[in-house]
Design a binder for this molecule. Structure first.
Ligand SMILES: Nc1ncnc2c1ncn2[C@@H]1O[C@H](COP(=O)(O)OP(=O)(O)OP(=O)(O)O)[C@@H](O)[C@H]1O
Ligand SMILES: [Mg+2]
Length: 316
């Protein structure tokens, strides 16, 4: 803000080739439940006991983080990109369960979802988190429209094998409702609840939905905003950020366990998307204010960039 005018001008000029390149292109942005509402500069502490597995520290600056994300998305749209937002909300589901006196249960890092948990998850994702994102975007104008996988059969789910309850996988994606919203200049904001062919609803991992949707939409980019600086070569070493990685390398990281827990569906979605023709996928720190803008509109790029083949380029 205090830069001299020539530096400000240089920053705007730097953005020009990116604005031109991405004009009219679709970009799927997955906003993680942990990054969501999190205060910039959050220290990343482990979750306090009994708050449903949330690592975030709730507080007034949550609104600031969401507002910053919303303005990034609106800026993207305003310079001609077509953003599609997919959001998570695991911590928010956990918090509501605790408030309602239910104890969240996890098996192999996956939430066990009985009928009551599904009801809570659907309420929180569709009725709360989705609404908050839509309203933060629409402060800037009549832009965002919230929907879930159930709307216009955007997603058809199938029950995941095992005893996790109402946890589903995407069986069919019909992106036509998203296409129609984009054609109207709107920004779709998607909660990842979807029904099977009988109408039974399931909670679906938002990372997987983002990957499938990016492929189905022929997106130019898929961006994950999460709560680490990117993908690490060693999950416990903050200094081991990988700047670039290929789809084949991602497969190996899942097999070796170098990418584990919540990173697995992200990494799988990135690999799948670039193999399906999405030019680049990115895993960024959603806690950094305007990480999305820095990635898209500057030469440096931030976080981890995923491409199909090895490349020397950074910040594409
Ligand atoms: N190799 C790795 N590099 C970085 N993070 C890793 C790695 N392996 C596992 N992780 C874990 O993955 C987590 C990110 O996934 P997580 O599911 O917690 O967040 P999210 O998907 O952004 O939020 P939500 O699931 O609510 O949408 C990181 O906080 C980290 O603990
Ligand atoms: Mg996750």
């Amino acid at each position: 803000v205090n830069e001299p005018a020539d530096q400000k001008a240089a920053i705007l000029v730097e953005a020009l080739p990116y604005i031109r390149r991405f004009w009219g292109k679709r970009v799927v942005v997955k906003y993680g439940g942990n990054a969501l509402f999190q205060a910039p500069g959050f220290d990343g502490a482990e979750p306090p006991e009994g708050n449903g597995g949330s690592r975030r520290a709730p507080g007034p600056s949550e609104a600031g983080a969401l507002a910053s994300f919303a303005s990034d998305v609106v800026l993207m749209r305003s310079v001609g990109m077509l953003p599609v937002v997919v959001h998570g909300g695991g911590p928010q589901i956990g918090e509501m369960m605790v408030r309602l006196g239910k104890v969240p249960e996890f098996r192999d890092g996956m939430r066990v979802t009985d009928a009551e948990t599904l009801e809570i998850a659907r309420m929180v994702l569709v009725g709360k988190v989705n609404r908050e994102i839509v309203s933060a975007v629409n402060v800037h104008g009549a832009l965002a429209v919230g929907l879930s996988g159930e709307d216009a059969n955007l997603l058809t789910a199938t029950r995941r094998a095992g005893d996790l309850g109402f946890v589903g996988d995407v069986e069919v994606v019909d992106p036509s409702i998203v296409e129609r919203l984009l054609a109207q200049g709107l920004i779709p904001v998607i909660a990842t609840v979807a029904a099977d062919s009988t109408g039974q609803a399931y909670n679906i991992n938002a990372d997987s939905v983002a990957g499938v949707l990016a492929a189905a939409l022929g997106a130019e980019k898929l961006v994950f905003l999460t709560d680490t600086e990117g993908l690490r070569a060693d999950p416990d070493d903050a200094e081991s950020l990988l700047r670039t990685v290929t789809a084949d390398e991602l497969d190996k990281m899942v097999l070796s366990g170098t990418a584990n827990a919540g990173m697995v569906p992200k990494v799988e979605a990135c690999a799948r998307a670039v193999r399906a023709g999405v030019t680049r996928a990115h895993i960024l720190d959603g806690r950094v204010p305007h990480a999305l803008l820095l990635e898209i509109f500057t030469h440096e790029g931030v976080g981890t960039m995923v491409s199909l083949e090895t490349t020397e380029e950074v910040g594409q």
